[in-house]
Design a protein around this ligand. Structure first.
Ligand code: MG
Length: 249
């Protein structure tokens, strides 16, 4: 690939994963936190409410591209259970922090990722663009996994207000990388947000199937991926070696 000067990366299921128990552990921490703040939670009905509202809000975010936030889901789930409380309530904020603390304990870097970034960093400007509702948690995960120094720019949907595939977030990535869009590769695992999003924004997408091809447990989304495959011809990598082969072509 010629004339490539910058590479953008997705985060979850592209550079890092979380262990399979993370989401249920995070939910336990969320419920514990709300109980400690004085809410009387009936576990099963709260979980059911939370599942339904989060599904609904994420679906809406997928439709209009505007990012949603966990505090809204918690507030709506509590309200459905007869306990109205503002998403801005400090107890909700605390519950969100406790929920994501499970991610800090169970996130794992995909093998070979640091070496890959180290090698590419001297040749390309690297950027990160992640769909993640709670910006501070994404940044803490990056800090704990030691990935921050590799990137010229780190963009999180929860801080931008919009999520991939919305063109505005890719536009921001292009600006931050400070180069022409057709000189930027974008690597991600999820066809709709990553591959279609990058392609529509004028970047060159690369589909990473590293996680699915190597039996690495995947980070589940609230909703299933909208697409199983990109549906058009796109370079695909199932190892970081594949990426180097593509780059040197
Ligand atoms: Mg991903």
């Amino acid at each position: 690939m010629e004339n490539i000067t910058a590479i953008g990366f997705d985060l979850f299921n592209t550079l890092i994963t979380i262990e399979p128990q993370t989401l249920s552990n995070a939910m336990d921490r969320l419920i514990d936190s709300l109980r400690q703040s004085g809410f009387l939670i009936e576990e099963e009905s709260f979980k059911k409410n939370y599942r339904e509202v989060s599904f609904r809000f994420v679906e809406r975010a997928r439709e209009d591209g505007r990012e949603t936030h966990n505090s809204i889901w918690i507030s709506a789930a509590l309200e459905n259970g007869g306990d109205p409380v503002s998403p801005d309530d400090i107890r909700i904020g605390k519950a969100v922090e406790n929920y994501f603390s499970a991610f800090y304990d169970y996130c794992r870097i995909i093998p070979g990722t640091e070496e890959m970034l180290e090698t590419l960093k001297s040749r390309y400007s690297l950027g990160l663009l992640s769909n993640f509702t709670h910006g501070p948690a994404a940044r803490e995960i990056l800090k704990r996994t030691g990935l921050i120094p590799y990137f010229k720019t780190i963009l999180i949907s929860g801080e931008l207000g919009f999520r991939k595939p919305h063109p505005s977030v890719f536009q921001k990535l292009i600006e931050q990388l400070g180069t022409y869009k057709n000189q930027i590769l974008y690597i991600g695992d999820d066809p709709a947000p990553d591959i279609h999003g990058a392609h529509a924004a004028g970047l060159q997408p690369i589909w990473s199937t590293i996680v699915r091809d190597n039996g690495i447990p995947m980070v589940p989304g609230i909703l299933r991926s909208a697409l199983d495959k990109p549906g058009f011809e796109v370079p695909t990598i199932s190892s970081w070696d594949d990426l180097f082969i593509l780059l040197n072509k």
